[in-house]
Design a protein around this ligand. Structure first.
Ligand code: A2R
Length: 321
């Protein structure tokens, strides 16, 4: 064992690459397998210097309080809305995520989902499989030709989507909390104003309290019956009940959704709709990219165990703390 002095607490089931990387190099325990979690943490909590986690288990201040010698929370995924990074900072704990290595994969998926939604590729596939092509041609669809896409969240992934979308001939505009000086795309300070001006709204900003239901009824009404909503960020950014109602009535044209508010539960009303494409949160889910993300989770813990700087600290816990 390479790091006997750096015990790690694993809080949820992780991919095999992470489990093997931690189990072979660190003393470890699995919080999710403890029948008496509170008792376990009270007795053993002071042992752990690292936490390895993901989007299935919240890491909050109560957890940090029970781990008084914790140095790092290494979280799988670029989004870390279930980790209270501000509370971690206040306790001198660094939080790391897995940015960059998934940027192109998620951007590829976003474009695939956009074209699938507008050109109705899954519906066309079902049409053929059901033998309906023998009776008639598949109905003509909408197009992305000549359309404008508004990006909510022009960050690493948003920019990678914009590059791809430009190659497809789309006009790009964006909304965020502030205008960026070094991008060529028009900025909208108001999300509603941007939604009025575009055909496609691409959602790729972080989850959490500041973006909760930011895509509300007013935004979806502005997008309108000919508009297309694509969400590859987090389900929490969209008012899901309103979206379902508006997609059902036709007040919102179409939606391509990789994320949902209460995953893996998806509102069943969506299953019956022809104007939606639904994916089970697969934005980064290729073997190649998930392995890069998993290795980064392990490498961040190793960096701390060796007394080095973490590779990818989140902005709320800048290094050195
Ligand atoms: O607001 P800005 O100018 O800092 O732009 C950031 C934007 N953003 C927001 N936009 C509107 N309202 C907010 N409250 C808000 N908070 C952040 O989201 C920035 O352009 C973008 C996030 O970009 P990055 O931090 O580079 O993240 P990355 O790697 O592109 O991933 C985005 C999200 C993840 O957090 C996951 O939830 C999802 O993609 O997979």
């Amino acid at each position: 064992m390479r790091y006997p002095d750096f015990p790690v607490l694993i809080t949820q089931p992780m991919m095999p690459l992470i489990q093997e990387g931690i189990e072979s190099q660190f003393p470890f325990a699995r919080l999710n397998e403890q029948t008496d979690r509170a008792g376990f943490l009270a007795k053993d909590g002071a042992r752990f210097k690292g936490v390895v986690t993901g989007q299935a288990a919240p890491s909050n201040d109560a957890l940090f309080a029970s781990l008084p010698n914790l140095k790092i929370v290494s979280s799988f995924g670029v989004g870390y809305d279930l980790v209270d990074a501000k509370a971690a900072n206040a306790r001198g704990i660094v939080v790391t995520n897995t940015p960059d290595v998934l940027t192109d994969e998620v951007a590829d998926l976003a474009m695939g989902l956009l074209i699938s939604t507008v050109r109705r590729l899954p519906q066309a596939d079902q049409f053929l499989r059901k033998g309906l092509w023998l009776k008639s041609n598949f109905p003509l669809t909408d197009t992305i030709r000549g359309k404008t896409m508004g990006i909510l969240g022009l960050g690493r992934i948003g920019k990678a989507i914009a590059t791809r979308a430009e190659a497809f001939g789309l006009k790009i505009v964006y909304h965020g909390r502030s205008q960026q000086s070094d991008v060529p795309y028009p900025f909208y300070a108001s999300l509603v104003d941007m939604a009025k001006a575009v055909d496609i709204l691409m959602v790729i900003a972080p989850g959490g309290a500041s973006t909760r239901r930011i895509v509300d009824r007013a935004v979806m009404e502005a997008l309108g019956p000919k508009g297309t909503l694509i969400n590859v960020a987090r389900g929490t950014l969209v008012d899901e009940p309103v979206m379902v109602e508006m997609l059902t009535s036709g007040a919102l044209g179409a939606a391509g959704l990789d994320v949902f508010e209460d995953e893996p539960k998806v509102p069943e009303a969506l299953f019956a709709l022809e104007n939606v494409v639904l994916l089970p949160h697969v934005g980064s889910a290729s073997v190649h990219t998930r392995n890069l993300m998993g290795q980064l989770v392990v490498d961040n813990v190793i960096a701390l165990a060796e007394g080095r700087a973490p590779l990818t600290p989140v902005p709320e816990t800048p290094w050195p703390l």
